[in-house]
Write a protein that binds this ligand. Structure first.
Ligand code: PMP
Length: 425
C-alpha cells in the first residue's frame, strides 16, 4: 500500500477496493507490541486510534527540518512551517467538502471546537426561553457546553429520545424542533451505540425553523466519507487523534457567513488585525479564532493521516468496518447473557460495539481482557445521560478500525468465554 507523508496533492480515492489489512497492519509499529505476554489486540480506536509510520515520520521530519513559529516570520523555516500548517487546513477543507480553507478553524479537539462554538455563536445568539435541541446519545463534549450555555442564558434544552433499538426516535421531531428552536446539535455517530444518525434529515427539519445545525463528527469523520454540504450542517466538529492523526488537533468547520458574524473565542497574538490602546480589530478568518501559537507539528502531521485515509478510500473503510462490525456482533451474540447495545443492522451503525455481561462489571471485563493483551474501554464513555436511559452504570466497548481483522474479534470472543470460566460462571 502506498502512503507518503510528503505528498502534497490529494489522491483520487480508490473506490470499491478491499482493504489489505495485513499490509495496513505493517504500517502501524505499535501493533507489534506485546501486552502482558500476549500480542496486542487493540480494540479501543473509538477512544483514540493508532498512528501509521507516515504520521510518526511526518512529526519527526517537521521537527528535524521545518520547525519554526508560523504566520509571523519572514525567514525560510517560518515560511516552510506556515506553508505546511496551512496546507493541512486546505486538505481538511477538501476532505469534508467545505467551500474554502477559511471555513476550517483548527482547535485542540472536538471538545474545544464545541466549546468555541458555545462561547462565541452561543453567547451571541442564545437568549432566555430559546430552545437548544440535543439527543439522548450525546457525548458530554456535545452536551455540557450547551447545558452550561443554557444555564447562563435561561435557555431550554430539549432532547430527541432514542428507541429501544438505539436509533433516534424521530416520531415527535416536529414538536421537539419548533419556532423557539435556535440550535439543533446531533452526534453523527454515537461513541456508545455506534448508531449513525440521519443528520441531513434532522438538518432539514431545523432549517424550516431557521435553526442552526451542529454535528459532532468525532466518531463519524474517521469512519466514512464526510460531505458537510450533503449533511446540511452549519458547523461540524472532529478530532485528528481518532482518525490516525496526532492528539491535540481538532477541527471546527463553520459556514463562512456564520464564522464571520461570530466574536473571537480567545484573545491575544495572531487573532488581531490591529491593536491600539483604545481600539482592537480582529484578524480575517480563520485566524480570528486561533489566538497564540497553535499546535503546529501535530497539525502538519495530520496531513499525513488524511493522505493515509484517502489512499484507503473512506468508502472502502466504511464498508470494511460494516463487515467487521457485523461479524463482531454475530460472534458476541454467541455468548450467553451478553447484552449488545445499539442497532443490530450494520447499515446504520459504525464500529463501536458496547456490551454488558449480566454477572461481570465492565471494569472487570476490561481488566481481564487486558491480562490477555486485549485493549477495550469500560465505563460511561462520557455519556452519562445515555447510560441513564439505557439503565446501565457502564458498558464495555470494543471498537474497530482499519487495522483490525476477524481473527482479533475471535480472540476477543474466546477471551470473554475464558472470563466466564475464570469467574466460575
Ligand atoms: N464526541 C464524541 C462522539 C466522542 O467520541 C469524543 C471522544 N471520545 C468526543 C466528542 C470528544 O473528543 P475529544 O476528546 O477529542 O475532544
Amino acid at each position: 500500500m502506498h502512503t507518503n507523508a510528503d505528498k502534497k496533492t490529494t489522491a483520487t480515492p480508490p473506490v470499491h477496493r478491499e482493504l489489505d489489512v495485513e499490509t495496513i497492519r505493517a504500517d502501524f509499529p505499535i501493533l507489534n507490541e506485546r501486552v502482558n505476554g500476549h500480542p496486542l489486540v487493540y480494540l479501543d480506536s473509538a477512544a483514540s486510534s493508532q498512528k501509521p509510520r507516515s504520521v510518526i515520520n511526518a512529526l519527526l521530519e517537521y521537527y528535524r527540518r521545518d520547525n519554526a513559529n508560523i504566520h509571523r516570520g519572514l525567514h525560510t523555516l517560518a515560511e516552510r512551517a506556515t506553508g505546511a500548517y496551512e496546507h493541512t487546513r486546505t486538505h481538511i477543507a477538501k476532505f469534508i467538502n467545505a467551500d474554502e480553507p477559511e471555513e476550517i478553524v483548527l482547535t485542540r479537539g472536538t471538545t474545544e471546537a464545541i466549546n468555541l462554538l458555545a462561547y462565541t455563536w452561543g453567547e451571541q445568539n442564545i437568549g432566555e426561553g430559546d430552545e437548544i435541541v440535543v439527543t439522548e446519545m450525546e457525548h458530554h463534549a456535545n452536551f455540557v457546553p450547551w447545558y452550561q450555555l443554557a444555564q447562563r442564558k435561561g435557555a431550554i434544552i430539549r432532547r430527541i429520545p432514542i428507541t429501544v433499538c438505539g436509533h433516534l426516535d424521530l416520531s415527535d421531531i416536529d414538536t421537539i424542533i419548533n419556532s423557539r428552536t435556535k440550535l439543533v446539535t446531533v452526534v453523527h455517530m454515537s461513541n456508545v451505540l455506534g448508531t449513525i444518525n440521519p443528520i441531513a434529515e434532522i438538518a432539514a427539519k431545523a432549517k424550516k425553523h431557521g435553526a442552526i445545525v451542529v454535528s459532532d463528527g468525532a466518531q463519524a469523520a474517521p469512519a466514512m466519507p464526510i460531505d458537510v454540504k450533503d449533511l446540511g450542517v452549519d458547523f461540524y466538529a472532529f478530532s485528528s487523534h481518532k482518525m490516525l492523526g496526532p492528539t491535540g488537533v481538532g477541527v471546527l468547520y463553520g459556514k463562512r457567513h456564520l464564522l464571520e458574524a461570530m466574536p473571537p473565542f480567545n484573545f491575544g497574538g495572531e487573532m488581531i488585525q490591529e491593536v491600539r490602546f483604545d481600539k482592537v480589530t480582529w484578524a480575517e478568518l480563520p485566524h480570528k479564532f486561533e489566538a497564540g501559537t497553535p499546535n503546529i507539528a501535530d497539525v502538519v502531521a495530520f496531513d499525513a493521516a488524511l493522505h493515509y485515509l484517502e489512499d484507503l478510500g473512506m468508502e472502502n473503510i466504511h464498508r470494511y468496518e460494516r463487515d467487521l462490525t457485523a461479524y463482531a456482533i454475530e460472534r458476541l451474540s454467541e455468548l450467553p447473557g451478553l447484552e449488545i447495545q445499539g442497532p443490530r443492522e450494520t447499515e446504520q451503525r459504525g464500529a463501536a460495539v458496547s456490551f454488558t455481561d449480566p454477572d461481570i462489571h465492565p471494569h472487570d471485563i476490561s481488566t481481564f481482557l487486558d491480562s490477555h493483551g486485549i485493549a477495550i474501554r469500560a465505563g460511561h464513555h462520557c455519556a452519562q445521560p445515555l447510560m441513564r436511559v439505557l439503565g446501565k452504570v457502564a458498558t464495555a466497548r470494543a471498537s474497530f478500525y482499519v487495522y483490525n481483522d476477524r481473527s482479533e474479534v475471535d480472540t476477543l470472543v474466546e477471551a470473554l468465554k475464558d472470563m466466564r470460566k475464570y469467574f466460575c460462571l
